[in-house]
Write a protein that binds this ligand. Structure first.
Ligand code: G6P
Length: 611
């Protein structure tokens, strides 16, 4: 949700800022801009649209132009919150000698704006960020750190910011509350970014700012304080993935690359975490003694989007195998509806990015209410990972595509391990535990078998390209798969796809069935299959074309559907993973054939740091 980059050092700033923006484009691509220090003052360039539009604009400067010599600057790629995506609303925003980029929302911007207009400031945009730029200027008397500190004390809301002043060459002021800021520590240089993917090319040493931190940076010198106190120390940590991990590696889209990375990603997720002998999972990061594991009386899973869908699988598996009460809740709802939580509840926050505002708010609410709170997060050092202090990292590697794929399957693998851990501390025997371990171990292979059908799936996709609406149905473990399949399709192909529990179809949605409304039916062998076959018949009777996701060799299911994708035979809690991969590929090919911008779907952002 908006990407920020900053550079101060000895090298030309513009190429570093632009390559950082390209890395962060998944966070928003409504407009892009940068501001650099030149002898003639701060130069701002910004443009509506993607970073490539900004690059076109920058190419208009000849190679000896001052912009290319600058060694200090800030840049931004925007996901619009206040004000439409126009050039005027693009960041950076300037006020006299100050320029600023911002990720987040200034909630009291209206009252601040009225006050600043009264002081004579003229506003050129509809953004809340411009308010912040003028506010900083209103406190500026030659000391930018002081001015930003005072301004931020007057601000309600969330921010990650980077700011510079014409009269303080080489200096950047950065601060965070609610929106992430990482400092890449180099030799005589610092790269500021919203996440590590924008700095990894330059350095692996990263300092993650905490909420209410503010830092003054000049070249390699970094002075971090909090808004209310003096200098604080924040340790640098090593980024443990390679720059290559964030490249497309020959694939046409990040999404396809990440779909194909799933066997390895799942292997990394489960590596070292299973004990075959004891038939259990070892999740040291949860930091729960065997006694505490037994004492937990309820698992509450919170998340948003894809992470929420994975959470449903966790809920079912925990109740199914561990006999432990579990529920899953949309994170924003959890926060605002005043849930009943106590100290024997384990609240598990699932988030790929570890930065989703609603999920973070749920973490804080659960902590406040005295629950045990753990994170199931992919991005190491992210806010949710740090605030929960306990949890399980996915180790899925960087996920760049806005549509989440490998994070989901790694989340499911982890949730199955969580269920196994609770199950073994309760009613599951060692034999059953060993069987479960084998099933988790087999997930990468199951995914490989589906990836081998990529061409077949692409051929099936061709038959669904022309539709504008689609239903997905499933029951039990296959219901969250239907939800995730529909989410993928709508995100990247813009087809109106809705998922229903197969049994719910007849309670309303069936009224919409007709020739123009195909149905993707999850009808794998296992409990509930026969009932789903009954639902498929209901769909066919209403002229709907049916694509069945069926078990390999299931002739009965084949005879009931118009098209099918076969999934290797396994129990349903494991089948979630290969079945979802099949639907990821289906969505990918439909979107590709429709010519959609797969890695950057309209209106979406990967890391949603606003509520
Ligand atoms: C956004 C993304 C989704 C993602 C959701 C939760 O809406 O577009 O792909 O599933 O946020 O993100 P998280 O990082 O918390 O898993």
């Amino acid at each position: 949700m908006c990407g920020i980059v900053g550079y101060t050092g000895t090298k030309p700033a513009v190429p570093i800022l632009v390559s950082g923006l390209k890395r962060l484009e998944y966070r928003g691509y409504d407009s892009a801009g940068l501001a650099v220090e030149t002898d003639g003052g701060i130069l701002v360039e910004k443009e509506k649209g993607k970073v490539s539009e900004l690059v076109n604009l920058l190419n208009g400067h000849d190679e000896n132009a001052p912009i290319h010599a600058s060694t200090t600057g800030i840049a931004h790629t925007r996901w619009a919150t206040h004000g439409t995506p126009t050039q005027e609303n693009a960041h950076p925003h300037a006020s006299k000698k100050i320029a600023l980029v911002h990720n987040g929302i200034i909630e009291n911007y209206k009252s601040l704006k009225t006050k600043l207009i009264g002081e004579g400031y003229i506003f050129l945009s509809q953004t809340d960020t411009e308010v912040l730029a003028h506010l900083v200027d209103s406190f500026y008397d030659g000391d930018l750190l002081q001015a930003v500190t005072t301004a931020l004390k007057n601000v309600e809301g969330t921010y990650g910011i980077a700011c510079m002043a014409q009269d303080e060459p080489g200096v950047l002021i950065v601060a965070r509350r609610g929106s992430p800021i990482v400092l890449g520590v180099g030799e005589n240089e610092t790269i500021v970014a919203s996440d590590a993917s924008a700095i990894i090319k330059h350095t692996r040493q990263a300092i993650y700012l905490d909420d209410n931190d503010i830092a003054k940076i000049c070249g390699g010198e970094i002075d971090i304080r909090t808004l209310d106190s003096g200098t604080v120390s924040r340790e640098a940590s090593e980024i443990d993935w390679s720059p290559d991990a964030a490249e497309k590696g020959g694939y046409e889209h990040y999404m396809l690359k990440e779909i194909y990375e799933q066997p390895d990603a799942i292997r990394n997720t489960i590596r070292g975490r299973m004990n075959t002998e004891l038939g259990t999972a070892m999740l040291g990061g949860l930091n729960l003694s065997p006694r505490e594991v037994v004492d937990i009386q309820r698992l509450v899973i919170v998340g948003c989007g894809t992470s929420l869908n994975a959470g449903i699988v966790g809920e079912f598996a925990t109740e199914d195998f561990a006999g432990l009460a579990a529920e899953v809740e949309q994170a924003a709802e959890f926060r605002y509806r005043n849930p009943i939580i106590n100290s024997r509840d384990l609240v598990l926050a699932i988030s790929q990015s570890g930065e989703t505002a609603d999920t973070l708010a749920a973490v804080r609410e659960a902590t406040q209410k005295g629950a045990l709170v753990a994170g199931l997060v992919n991005v190491v050092g992210s806010t949710i990972a740090r605030e929960t202090g306990r949890g399980v990292y996915l180790h899925a590697g960087p996920e760049i595509s806005v549509a989440s794929t490998k994070a989901f399957t790694c989340q499911v693998a982890t949730l199955l391990m969580v269920a196994l851990k609770f199950a073994r501390s309760r009613r599951m025997s060692v034999e059953q535990g060993r069987q479960f371990v084998k099933e988790i171990d087999s997930l990468p292979d199951l995914v490989n078998q589906v990836l081998a059908k990529d061409k077949e799936i692409a051929a099936v996709a061709e038959r669904y390209v022309q539709y504008e609406k689609m239903f997905f149905i499933g029951r039990g473990y296959l219901y969250p798969v239907a939800k995730e399949g529909a989410l993928k399709l709508k995100e990247i192909s813009y087809i109106h796809a809705e998922a229903y529990h197969a049994a719910e179809l007849k309670h309303g949605p069936i009224a919409l069935l007709e020739k123009a409304m195909p149905v993707v039916a999850l009808a794998l062998e296992g409990p509930g299959k026969e009932k789903t076959i009954g639902n498929i018949k209901e769909c066919s009777a209403r002229d709907a074309r049916v694509l069945g996701i069926i078990t390999e060799g299931d002739e009965e299911a084949k005879s009931e559907v118009d098209d099918y994708i076969e999934i290797p035979k396994c129990r349903l809690h494991a089948a979630v993973v290969p079945a979802t991969v099949a639907l990821q590929l289906f969505a990918y090919h439909v979107a590709r054939l429709r010519g959609c911008p797969i890695d950057q779907p309209r209106n979406l952002a990967k890391s949603v740091t606003v509520e």
